[in-house]
Design a protein around this ligand. Structure first.
Ligand code: ZN
Length: 169
């Protein structure tokens, strides 16, 4: 006998494998078709509204979860619409409404932006998350649980390659 307890339900500091489908406005926009998603529970690896509902779920259990914008990708923030001079865009970026870009902010963080309008001098960029303001519908199943390694808990995320050291957070 060992004192290792059998893992039966989702709790903090466990690595959880889930299968899921995400539907918005009746349209499926994401799923785990390529294989289950593994994440570290209790470390905000996934959106709050889904993580909260997963707590206590058992292996093999499925659930339908509706996530409001506040507990999902946030409400649309009017102040996240920025006016940027055309001259700040590299020449190879097509300046047309609807084009989606990855940009780096002043702190060096990567974020997504969508071109809304292109004027003579300035470009109007929407840096809201594409799913901001949306209610998310998840169908989620718990398909696996394991104890996290100490390094995973310290880093706050799952390590998929156990031989690989890295310095990120
Ligand atoms: Zn790490």
């Amino acid at each position: 006998m060992t004192d290792k307890k059998e893992l039966t339900e989702v709790a903090s500091d466990l690595v959880v494998a889930i299968e899921y489908k995400l539907t918005v406005d009746g349209e499926m926009i994401d799923s785990s078709d390529d294989g289950p998603l593994e994440y570290l529970h209790g470390h905000s690896n996934i959106i709050y509204g889904l993580e909260k509902e997963l707590t206590g779920m058992k292996i093999g259990e499925s659930k339908k979860v509706e996530v409001s914008p506040e507990e999902g990708y946030g409400e649309v923030d009017p102040e996240a619409v920025l006016e940027v001079p055309r001259t700040e865009f590299p020449d190879d970026v097509p300046l047309e409404p609807g084009i989606e870009l990855e940009i780096t902010d002043d702190e060096g963080d990567m974020m997504f932006a969508t071109i809304m309008e292109v004027g003579e001098e300035n470009v109007l960029l929407d840096t809201n998350h594409p799913l901001a303001g949306q209610t998310l519908f998840f169908e989620v199943s718990v398909v696996g649980l394991r104890e996290a390694e100490q390094a995973e808990i310290e880093h706050g995320h799952v390590h998929f390659d156990h031989d690989h050291d890295h310095d990120d957070d």
